[in-house]
Write a new protein. Structure first.
Length: 57
């Protein structure tokens, strides 16, 4: 009975750690993708539109 409880707790802890690790990895990937898109979409025409309040054709 006691050993089964310890085993069950160990499995639960391992699942929680795995989930936390996965969410941290996903957050890191999300930040990298966001930086990538910011660099892609922050072209010179976008900068001109933003800074000088003009629209590109």
């Amino acid at each position: 009975m006691y050993q089964e409880e310890i085993f069950s707790n160990a499995i639960t802890d391992a699942k929680k750690e795995g989930y936390e690790s996965l969410t941290n990895e996903i957050k890191g990937m999300e930040a990298a993708i966001e930086r990538f898109f910011n660099k892609i979409f922050n072209t010179s025409s976008c900068v001109s539109e933003r800074d000088y309040n003009v629209t590109s054709l």
